[in-house]
Design a protein around this ligand. Structure first.
Ligand SMILES: [Ca+2]
Ligand SMILES: [Ca+2]
Length: 329
């Protein structure tokens, strides 16, 4: 059944106002002395690390960028602490250029008072000559006691990291999202052109085009897009263990630009695919439509895992997807 319901509409409307960037000097264009960090930023590194920061000419945007360089197991820069709001979620973004051998990541660090609890991370960006975006959404289900959050960019290992155009945002969060079983259902976490937690599959020789980025966002900063010249193409989120005492509901925004596209469940065992259950197909009218699907796993008695899937079907189909939510009750 396709439906648009009120909590999502409320969130969508509140997003018409772009949220304020919580960072100071996010583009590193302020004139600052010494190590190149404006008030509100601090250097961190491992015990024995030898990392320094400085300003360098040239950047992803503007006239300059921040440079982090040195040797050790990790070193980076971190923002001031922000009180965690129960009704909001947090996103981080930075444009990075890494000269190895180290790699880089963007993190949201969670704290309880003075105690560091852990981080949500973008995944590692390997060395490369170009500026590339790196993004992270909070997954603070892992840190229920956290009361503060910081934004950080880190060089992991030795090398040089250039940083520019950072963002740290606080967005209203739909109630359902707090119970989402899909770590990257919002499609906000990933590196360069690759969203975290999603795998791309397509019919053989189909030359499917898959994109992750702001162009396909329904809410937040990013969404997923699929164009299929061939029979089918899918983004499959990491599966979850199927507990047959529970009921599962998948929902998500789908915008069909041409052809056929929707969400589905894939049922599987650790040895492979068992079957699928496909939601209704929204009209190919270029409008965002909320699609929902109740899992009926009884037809797949062997299945032990279930995956949320965004799919386009049939030659010439193009669609965008965002905010996949899988809940159990
Ligand atoms: Ca800049
Ligand atoms: Ca999104």
């Amino acid at each position: 059944m396709s439906a648009i319901y009120a909590p999502w509409l409320a969130v969508a409307l509140s997003l018409l106002q772009p949220p304020a960037n919580l960072l100071t000097d996010a583009d590193f264009e302020q004139a600052v002395a010494g190590p190149g960090l404006a008030a509100g930023w601090a250097l961190f590194q491992n015990d024995g690390g030898a990392y320094t920061t400085s300003r360098v000419a040239g950047g992803h945007g503007g006239r300059q960028a921040l440079r982090i360089a040195g040797t050790g197991s990790y070193g980076g820069v971190v923002s001031g602490r922000r009180p965690l709001s129960a009704t909001h979620s947090y996103l981080g973004e930075a444009w990075l250029r890494v000269t190895g051998p180290g790699s880089a990541q963007v993190k949201l660090d969670f704290h309880q008072g003075e105690r560091y609890l852990g981080s949500s991370t973008s995944g590692l960006l390997p060395p490369g000559p170009d500026w590339r975006p790196v993004r992270v959404a909070d997954w603070r289900q892992e840190y229920p006691d956290a009361d503060q959050v910081t934004f950080a960019v880190a060089l992991e290992g030795a090398g040089e990291l250039l940083v520019d155009d950072c963002g740290f945002w606080e967005l209203p969060r739909a109630e359902q999202e707090a119970a989402n079983l899909l770590q990257n259902g919002s499609a906000e976490t990933g590196t360069a052109t690759t969203p975290a937690n999603f795998a791309l599959h397509a019919a053989p020789n189909s030359q499917a085009v898959a994109r992750w980025g702001p162009e396909a966002a329904h809410d937040g900063r990013c969404g997923l897009r699929l164009e299929s010249p061939g029979e089918w193409a899918v983004w499959v989120h990491d599966p979850v263990a199927l507990d047959r005492r529970r009921s599962y509901t998948l929902s998500g925004w789908v915008r069909v630009l041409s052809g056929r596209a929707t969400l589905k469940f894939d049922y599987a065992t650790l040895n492979g695919w068992v079957g699928q259950q496909v939601a209704e197909y929204p009209a190919a009218d270029g409008q965002w439509t909320r699609v929902t699907l109740e899992a009926l796993p009884d037809g797949y008695p062997a299945a032990t895992i279930v995956a949320a899937v965004a799919m386009v079907e049939g030659a010439g189909s193009t669609a965008e997807f965002d905010s996949l939510v899988l809940t159990e009750r």
